[in-house]
Design a protein around this ligand. Structure first.
Ligand code: AMP
Length: 284
């Protein structure tokens, strides 16, 4: 596996690969890799000839009050995991390479970014779309793989790709969970033993929602109440939001309609760690 740190070198390498008529699959990450990230890598390997993974903890998507400084990092471990997966290139730029002094350009998707995660983290998506747009210009992928774990992020990026006419395909990969249901996240490392137990309320409440819908419930306010009870049963939990939304535009819905698909989304603090999880559900 080749490690590339320079933007120019990555661009030249990608141009070369495209000249060879090989397709490039791309997986952007912030590192501290887990099986969720690895599932995206496997998807990229399946769907393309040449896989590039990036590791860059992007300051632009963290608010000053958030956990940029303490975001977990372990480059050697990440490198070994990616070698095991036969990744072709690890793009690992320094911060100055991406945001030199006097960096002035930002990419912003409107509307969908002002609700849910965007409401709780007002500058977050601007940071995400800026780095992803830049990485697309550096890596020049044919496909880019994102996780359903960050469902709103994936939808925002799809919208950016559509609006800005990027010539590439966005692939969304399902959520990878621990055996007990906890959605894998780099931030899970912050959880104490008690908090790890409490964090299960996120996936448990989504499971309950799935069951209630399966049993015929179509009124989300009733489902939300039951989900709330589960979330509140954990001593260390502080709910941010529970919402059901349309897949395409993330507009909240109250009554589920037959034949349509929805995301049910949760954001919740466990202790001081903010976690998100979601369920993609088709009403049959
Ligand atoms: P991050 O390193 O947290 O920025 O995540 C990089 C990519 O991995 C994003 O597309 C995430 O949605 C995806 N991802 C994170 N956790 C999971 C998971 N548990 N299952 C699937 N994909 C994930």
């Amino acid at each position: 596996m080749k490690i590339v740190k320079s933007v120019r070198e990555m661009q030249n390498l990608s141009s070369q690969i495209r000249l060879e008529r090989k397709s490039i699959g791309f997986v952007p990450t912030m590192g501290f890799l887990h099986d969720g990230h690895i599932s995206l890598v496997k998807e990229s390997k399946l769907k393309s000839d040449f896989t590039v993974v990036s590791i860059f903890v992007n300051p632009a998507q963290f608010a000053p009050t958030e956990d940029l400084e303490k975001y977990p990092r372990d480059f050697d471990r990440d490198e070994n995991l990616l070698i095991t997966e036969n990744v072709d290139v690890l793009f690992y730029p320094d911060i100055e390479e991406i945001y030199p002094i006097n960096y002035n350009t930002f990419v912003e998707v409107e509307n969908i970014t002002s609700i849910l995660e965007g409401e709780s983290r007002p500058t977050h998506f601007r940071g995400v779309t800026t780095i992803v747009a830049m990485l697309f210009n550096i890596v020049k992928p044919d496909i880019a793989v994102f996780g359903q774990k960050d469902a709103q992020q994936a939808t925002v990026i799809k919208k950016m790709v559509y609006d800005l006419k990027y010539d590439l395909e966005i692939v969304i990969s399902p959520i990878v969970r621990e055996k007990n249901g906890l959605a894998m996240s780099s931030r899970n490392v912050f959880l104490s033993n008690q908090e790890r137990k409490d964090a299960l309320v996120l996936s448990q409440s989504l499971k309950l929602a799935e069951k209630l819908i399966h049993n015929g419930e179509r009124d989300f306010s009733k489902i939300e109440k039951e989900m709330n009870n589960i979330i509140n049963s954990a001593v260390t939990s502080t709910l941010d939001y529970i919402k059901a939304v349309n897949l395409e535009n993330f507009i909240p819905v109250e009554i589920f309609e037959t034949g349509k698909s929805y995301f049910i989304l949760i954001a919740c603090k466990i202790g001081t760690t903010r976690l998100i999880d979601n369920l993609l559900i088709k009403i049959t």
